[in-house]
Design a binder for this molecule. Structure first.
Ligand code: SAH
Ligand code: SF4
Ligand code: F3S
Length: 470
């Protein structure tokens, strides 16, 4: 950042000593919790702050502004925020004693859900900003510098994406050859365990032209693999140039035309929104990677009903059979909750049965966490912590064995590998397989961003190993 940008953005009202010394740019440290959408949002906030002269830094010690981009999905996730704020308060005090100012902001889903409470419980916090108002961040910071404690959690009427800067070329390059792009946000499904409809608001799709323009920018900056994001990404819908309704399958086809973009993915999907055109895209679109994250949560129809998932276990299995018919080498990933209120041993056994029937390459499983304000919190028959722990352990053992079996089955196969970053040893590179595995390979005369043909030779606990195939 040049002096110029500091000059063009004078900071009102602050004493000279609280500003970074002349010539040193203001620094922001963003700590991201939660899902991929928060990762995307953190990058957008960083880009918005760059306009105000902020450069990113890796430590709070070094920062003039610390932003916690928080997650509310489970109790533990939300608690992390308050312990982080406790540490930051001490740091702010210490810096204050040295005449250095540090602003603290809380963004993300905890900000949206508990805005007032954060300001009450954590006096060191200067700013609370919800996910739908990130475009107002620079303005909110000006208000903080004017002496206000700012709470910005109303849903904005304007489209934040119209006002947030598109990904910057240099920063995109620095972030690597894979990128996220939010195409849909919010949720109208109201699963009874889940806070997302309350923290992210109702379901909104970004218009086709906006998504295409952003994808083109990312591709021009060197991105080879794009993951489209949404809480219900397969509910995305838009309008084509002729006014026709477009669905996610159509969007994927459009994005696959962008020069440079070799690979597409999307996450997270709801089983109810896997329509025929999306399934067909898995058969007809080579750029669409053979990997699908399709959460089922439980294998018991009784529990699925209580969760308001609006599908049965057999609906889910039948759906997977159809998707696999379209793309036989598809790998599946899922999310599971154990110990939802009323879950019996029999219900849990049915979850294990679904896992066995599907066979997952990867999965995420959680103990049910009661979230205030959700219908699940009102239910009787909450399951004890001990039972949840025992069920989680059994489920995770099964899922881990499936993951290991999947990785073992890759040995001997030739695959296309997208080179992502240097490995630990000289000459070694780390790439990403079509099934989202991390693969180590020794390769010469290649560059990050290249897609090369390799043969998988071994599978370790966290990554695979491969040799280049001529
Ligand atoms: N939109 C996605 C999931 C978003 S949240 C979907 O519909 O699948 C990511 C995962 O967190 C969920 O799939 C669920 O498995 C888990 N989760 C959500 N709320 C939870 C809660 N209250 N307790 C435990 N896990 C929860
Ligand atoms: Fe939450 Fe259900 Fe919406 Fe997923 S579909 S975000 S689990 S309410
Ligand atoms: Fe967490 Fe919000 Fe994502 S609650 S999982 S950060 S949508």
């Amino acid at each position: 950042m040049t002096d110029q940008s500091l000059l063009t953005h004078p900071v009102p009202d602050a004493s000279a000593s609280s500003q970074p010394p002349a010539g040193r740019p203001k620094k922001v440290f963003v700590k991201t919790y939660g899902c991929q959408m928060n990762v995307y949002d953190s990058d957008r906030m960083t880009d918005a702050l760059a306009r105000d002269g902020y450069v990113p830094t890796d430590t709070a010690e070094d920062a003039d502004l610390v932003l916690l981009n928080t997650c509310h999905i489970r109790e533990k996730a939300a608690e992390k925020v308050y312990s982080a704020l406790g540490r930051l308060r001490e740091l702010k005090k210490k810096k204050g004693a040295e005449g250095r100012e540090m602003m603290i902001g809380v963004a993300g889903c905890v900000a949206q859900a508990e805005g007032d409470e954060i300001l009450r419980r954590a006096p060191a916090v200067d700013l609370v900003i919800g996910p739908q108002t990130y475009h107002r961040l620079p303005d909110a910071l000006r208000r903080v510098r004017g002496g206000e404690r700012v709470l910005e959690t109303d849903y904005a009427i304007e489209d934040k994406f119209e006002h947030l800067p598109a990904p910057d070329k240099a920063r995109t390059l620095a972030r690597g050859v894979t990128a996220f792009l939010t195409v849909q946000e919010g949720c109208d499904k109201f699963c009874t365990f889940c806070v997302v409809p309350y923290t992210r608001g109702s379901e909104v799709s970004r218009p086709l032209a906006q998504v295409v323009a952003e994808a083109e920018k990312l591709a021009a900056a060197g991105v080879r693999e794009l993951t489209l994001l949404g809480q219900n990404v397969n509910a995305w819908h838009g309008e084509g140039e002729g006014g026709q309704t477009l669905r996610l399958g159509d969007l994927l086809h459009r994005l696959a035309e962008i020069p440079g973009l070799a690979r597409l993915r999307y996450t997270t999907s709801h089983p109810r929104d896997m329509d025929d055109s999306l399934i067909a895209a898995h058969a007809t679109l080579p750029a669409l990677m053979p990997y699908l994250h399709l959460p089922v949560q439980s294998g018991s129809d009784r529990i699925l009903k209580a969760m308001n998932r609006r599908h049965t276990a057999s609906d889910y299995i039948a759906l997977i059979t159809r998707i696999r018919a379209a793309r036989p080498d598809l790998a599946l990933s899922g999310d599971f909750i154990v110990g939802f209120p009323g879950e019996t041993d029999q219900d849990f056994e049915e979850t294990l049965e679904v896992v066995k029937a599907v066979g997952y390459a990867q999965a995420f499983s959680f103990k049910y966490s009661t979230r205030p304000g959700t219908p699940g919190a009102e239910l009787k028959d909450q399951v004890s912590e001990a039972v949840k722990a025992e069920r989680l352990e059994r489920l995770q053992a099964l899922l881990l064995s499936q993951q290991q079996a999947f990785n073992q089955a890759c040995i001997g196969r030739d695959i296309d590998l997208l080179l992502e970053k240097p490995g630990r040893m000289p000459g070694q590179l780390i790439g990403r397989s079509p099934w989202l595995q991390s693969v180590n390979v020794d390769a010469k005369g290649v560059e990050i961003g290249d897609i090369i043909r390799v043969r998988i030779t071994a599978a370790g606990p966290n990554s695979l190993f491969a040799d280049v195939v001529d």
